[in-house]
Design a protein around this ligand. Structure first.
Ligand code: HEC
Length: 181
C-alpha cells in the first residue's frame, strides 16, 4: 500500500514538473501565429460545452420576428462584423490576425445549428482566451437575444434583414477643421 501511494505521489510530482517545464521553458505557444498546443482545441471545446450544458438558457424570451432580426442586424454590424464578417465582404485585418479564427457567422451554416440560448450565453459571457468578448456590460439582455436570434436564423432571414446587413454604414459628413489663419 505504501509503495503504491509512493508511486502515485512520484507520478503526480513528475507530471507537475513536466507541465510546469513546458510552460516555463517557452515551449508553450503564446503567439497567434504559433501552432495550437497538443489537445488545446479538444480540451477548450469540452470545457466550454460542460459549462454551456449547465448554464445556457433553454427558453427564449424574445420572439423570432422581423423587427427583432432588424435590431439584431444593427447590433451585429456595430459589434460583431469586425471579427465575424458580413456577407460578400472580405475578412478584416483584425479577423485575419486572430487565434483562434473568428468563424464567419453569416456565411455557410454559421451557428444556425446551435440553440439560440447557446449563442446568447457566448454573447453575454464571451469565450475566455479566444478574443471573443463578453457583452454583458455593453448590450442589454434584449439586444443579446436579438443578435442571437439573428444568427440562429441566419440561413432564412427576410430580404429586409439581408438588405440591412449589406447596406453600407451611413457616411458621416467630413469633419471641418478650423484653420488657424
Ligand atoms: C474581437 C473579435 C470578436 C468580436 C468583436 C466578436 N467575436 Fe464572436 N468570436 C470571436 C472569436 C475569435 C471566436 C472563436 C472562439 C472559439 O474558437 O472558441 C468567436 C466565437 C463566437 C461564437 C461561437 C461560434 C461557434 O462556432 O460556436 C459566437 C456565436 C459569436 N462569437 C458571436 C458573436 C457576436 C454575436 C458578436 C457581437 C455581439 C461577437 N461574436 C463579437 C471573436 C469576436
Amino acid at each position: 500500500m505504501t509503495k503504491f501511494l509512493l508511486g502515485v505521489v512520484t507520478g503526480v510530482a513528475l507530471l507537475s514538473f513536466a507541465v510546469a517545464g513546458y510552460f516555463l521553458s517557452g515551449s508553450a505557444p503564446v503567439a497567434t501565429d504559433a501552432p495550437p498546443m497538443p489537445m488545446e482545441k479538444y480540451l477548450a471545446k469540452k470545457a466550454l460545452h460542460a459549462v454551456l450544458d449547465r448554464e445556457m438558457p433553454k427558453t427564449v424570451p424574445v420572439s423570432a420576428d422581423e423587427p427583432n432580426y432588424l435590431a439584431g442586424a444593427q447590433i451585429y454590424k456595430d459589434n460583431c462584423a469586425v471579427c465575424h464578417g458580413l456577407p460578400g465582404q472580405p475578412q478584416t485585418a483584425i479577423a485575419r490576425g486572430m487565434f483562434p479564427k473568428p468563424p464567419e457567422l453569416l456565411q455557410g451554416k454559421g451557428v444556425t445549428d446551435d440553440e439560440p440560448g447557446e449563442t446568447y450565453w457566448k454573447v453575454v459571457h464571451g469565450i475566455r482566451l479566444t478574443g471573443m468578448p463578453g457583452f454583458r456590460g455593453s448590450l442589454t439582455d434584449t439586444q443579446a437575444w436579438q443578435v442571437s436570434l439573428l444568427l440562429a436564423h441566419a440561413d432564412k432571414l427576410p430580404d429586409s434583414v439581408k438588405a440591412q446587413l449589406t447596406s453600407p454604414p451611413p457616411q458621416s459628413p467630413p469633419a471641418v477643421i478650423k484653420g488657424t489663419r
